[in-house]
Design a protein around this ligand. Structure first.
Ligand SMILES: Cc1cc2nc3c(=O)[nH]c(=O)nc-3n(C[C@H](O)[C@H](O)[C@H](O)COP(=O)(O)O)c2cc1C
Length: 182
């Protein structure tokens, strides 16, 4: 097995750092998690990114938090565009998760991202897949630098259901064999 480049502390007293690092990752992967596409836009540039580190943070105001990799295309677009759109996916759209685990290729005339048809969310203009079950359209409230990731805090400006309606079953990370974070 290839040793991990970096074993991150702190470690419990007496613990073997490598063993502990592995166990901690497995515990973190056990956390039940959703699976979303994060739409970002700066002018004509658009991106969709697979993300699982997303949660509601406050009810008044309505705030969402999404942790985004520090070097990602998405982070640059969100900083510039000051907004993002979080799309909930249908369980049938599991394949989209792999498609958007790398920066998307935008075809502006076909209105597709990596071949997937998108719509612009009404309040911010950020992209959402046309097949999204629901979209949370957010204005960027602040960015908190956290190291590997930056926390995007967004206020919900608009929340809509897609054509499949409210009854559609939403994709979660446990519907796939993937894990992220840890
Ligand atoms: C299951 C899964 C969950 C992911 N969750 C996140 C996430 O919450 N935040 C993140 O920044 N990247 C996440 N990623 C990685 C990004 O999708 C991938 O690195 C992304 O394409 C890079 O972003 P970019 O296209 O904006 O450069 C996840 C990938 C997978 C496969």
């Amino acid at each position: 097995m290839t040793p991990r480049a970096q074993v991150v502390g702190p470690f419990p007293v007496g613990a073997d750092p490598v063993e502990y690092d592995r166990r901690r990752r497995r515990v973190l992967w056990k956390m039940p998690t959703g699976l979303y596409l994060l739409g970002s836009r700066a002018g004509a540039r658009r991106n969709l990114m697979t993300c699982s580190l997303a949660v509601q943070l406050a009810t008044e105001p309505k705030l969402l938090g999404v942790a985004v990799e520090s070097g990602s295309v998405t982070l640059g677009l969100v900083r510039e565009g000051r907004s993002f759109a979080l799309s909930l996916l249908s369980r049938q759209d599991r394949a989209l998760v792999r498609t958007f685990a790398k920066p998307a290729e935008h075809d502006a005339s076909a209105r597709t991202l990596s071949g997937v048809a998108y719509l612009d969310a009404p309040a911010t203009g950020c992209p959402a897949p046309a097949s999204a079950v629901a979209v949370l359209d957010c204005r960027l409230e602040r960015v908190v630098e956290l190291g590997s990731h930056a926390l995007l805090v967004g206020e919900v400006l608009d929340a809509v259901f897609g054509d499949e309606g409210e009854e559609a079953e939403v994709l979660r990370i446990e519907d796939t064999r993937m894990s992220y974070g840890g």
